[in-house]
Design a protein around this ligand. Sequence first.
Ligand SMILES: [Zn+2]
Ligand SMILES: [Zn+2]
Length: 173
Amino acid sequence: MDTKTTDVVLNEVKNIFAAHLEKQSSRKTPERFAILEEIYSRADHFDAESLYIHMKNQNYAVSRATVYNTLDLLLSCDLVVKHHFGKNLSQYEKSYGYKQHDHIICADCKKVVEFCDPRIQQIQSMMGELLNFKITHHSLNLYGICGNCQKKRELEQESDGAERKVKKKKTSS
Ligand SMILES: [Zn+2]
Ligand SMILES: [Zn+2]
């Protein structure tokens, strides 16, 4: 699906969303579609609050409530997925026409990196077959410390050590 251009994807998601709103007898307001467009123009993970602030900064007349209920509507028609990365707030990302992937999260700076490994798909279909489950989806998050934060921690430890040495010298003299 990676070959589809953003315009094609955007048209398709707009149609899906419009059909979903009709089915739910919800109103097809321009604000809801502006939120959908914003989500599909970005490639990151975001929480509801920062999406709201971003929309406001771009001078969209959307309320916080509209952002929250639009996210719920988009979730219910599978156009966005919701993640819980550790103890952080729920984070969202677009899902339609987007590659299957998993996440690795830094416990220090909360950076989220995506990765893709076909072996995970293999485990999924193998376990489904073995245990007679029709697997619909999976969620896999790995947690750790990223390269930058590892360096930062090392530097902090070094300067801590140096400070202690200085203090020792002062007290011993
Ligand atoms: Zn980090
Ligand atoms: Zn992701």
